[in-house]
Ligand binder design. Structure first.
Ligand SMILES: Cc1ncc(C[n+]2csc(CCOP(=O)(O)OP(=O)(O)O)c2C)c(N)n1
Length: 372
């Protein structure tokens, strides 16, 4: 195993002290160490992985130094465009170190949404012409890999990636915790929304714990699962899936259960919802100010006015609630949508939280049957 401090320090010895990225569960110990250690101006938990590449590029332009961009491999898709049209040596040639968590590594059990991405991660890097090492699990080999990385960067002015398998980084617990003072936890908030819903309502839930909790809550209350689309991958896109269903099925109520990290990641989607104005659309944002599902690293969502943004984007009704009573009161109103409800929530989840038993393809077919 590699101590986060060891890797952080050898990067520093090579002149890398700027970090931008979106957290990942496989990188969570390293990300937490960076969050606690790097100065605020040297660490950006960015809206999405493409923006992290942009931030890193600007940092390099301003300082001449080599930044690091970290992400889960599912974020490679968000980063492909700036990697190929901005930092690539065929374009501007901007050096950077990439750190990519390898979910879905072939032969290692993982969730269905990671399977395809895991299979193509190395070949995707090869196709993009980004040299990489699968990160060593011992310090001596890692030192050699780091030396190769900076030699390559010095010669080619281009990115170099470390691909990180499961359990490579030694444990590190995040010290800088920004907890929202909140009465509700995410699961409790979802439960109240679920219990206030009608028989024919459709739910689309976001990536991470929220979808697992919605699934378990259906079981707890003896309900079936055909009303829910669990957006297990595609972080940030649940609201657009929900919007499109709402527009095609105006007689049904559609509720999107979203996260603050996911909302920030694809915030432009709020403008599409606000201008299409589906009256049957309710957008519930569980704002715990964190990427809770992958280690609890902070987002900026508790420092901005999300309902204000939704209002300006054209939502018909916007609310922000902090208590069970406030949430129940908002849910009981008969308002026309699109409705935006920010639920300020505490971080954390049950330790024994399960996972959906059906495959994504099964989820899709029962939902389509229900919608028909
Ligand atoms: C494109 C992409 N980047 C990163 C991830 C890893 N990831 C899964 S869940 C999650 C956090 C989501 O945060 P938020 O939407 O605030 O929900 P919370 O976990 O706090 O409930 C992240 C970063 C991912 N699945 N996809």
């Amino acid at each position: 195993m590699i101590e986060p401090k060891f890797f952080y320090d050898i990067l520093g010895a090579n002149g890398t002290s700027f970090f931008a990225g979106v957290p990942d569960s496989l990188l969570k110990n390293f990300c937490a160490y960076v969050t606690d250690t790097a100065a605020d101006e040297d660490h950006f938990i960015s809206a999405n992985e493409g923006s992290a590449v942009g931030l890193a590029a600007g940092y390099h332009l301003a300082t001449g130094k080599i930044p690091m961009v970290y992400m889960q491999n599912s974020g490679l898709g968000n980063a492909v465009n700036p990697l190929l049209s901005l930092v690539d040596p065929d374009v501007y040639g901007i050096p950077l170190v990439l750190l990519v968590g390898w979910r879905g590594e072939p032969g290692v059990h993982d969730e269905p949404q990671h399977k395809k991405q895991g299979k193509v991660t190395l070949s995707l890097l090869e196709t993009m012409g980004i040299p990489f090492s699968v990160m060593a699990d011992n310090e001596a080999d890692l030192k050699r890999q780091v030396a190769d990385c900076y030699l390559h960067i010095a010669k080619n002015n281009s990115p170099y990636a470390f691909v990180v398998k499961k359990d490579i980084f030694a444990p590190y617990t995040l010290q800088k915790k920004e907890d929202a003072k909140a009465e509700l936890g995410r699961e409790e908030a979802i439960e109240r929304v679920l219990l206030a819903s009608g028989e024919s309502d459709i739910f689309v839930s976001t990536t991470g714990m929220a979808s697992r909790e919605l699934y378990e809550l259906r079981e707890k209350h003896g309900m079936t699962h055909e009303k829910d689309f669990l957006t297990v991958g595609s972080m940030g896109h649940a609201s657009q899936i929900a919007l499109s269903i709402a527009l095609r099925k105006p007689a049904r109520q559609v509720t999107c259960i979203d996260g603050d990290g996911a909302t920030l990641m694809q915030m432009g989607g709020l403008a599409t919802i606000g201008t299409r104005k589906p009256e049957n659309f309710k957008h519930i944002i569980i704002n715990n100010g964190a990427h809770d599902s992958v280690g609890g690293q902070p987002t900026v969502a508790l420092r901005i006015d999300l309902p204000g943004i939704a209002k300006a984007a054209g939502y018909a009704q916007v609310h922000s609630v902090r208590t069970k009573a406030e949430l129940d009161s908002v849910l009981s109103r008969k308002e026309k949508g699109p409705i935006f409800v920010e639920v300020i929530s505490a971080k954390g989840s049950r330790k024994d939280l399960g996972r959906p038993k059906e495959s994504p393809a099964e989820n899709k077919s029962v939902l389509m049957e229900f919608i028909k």
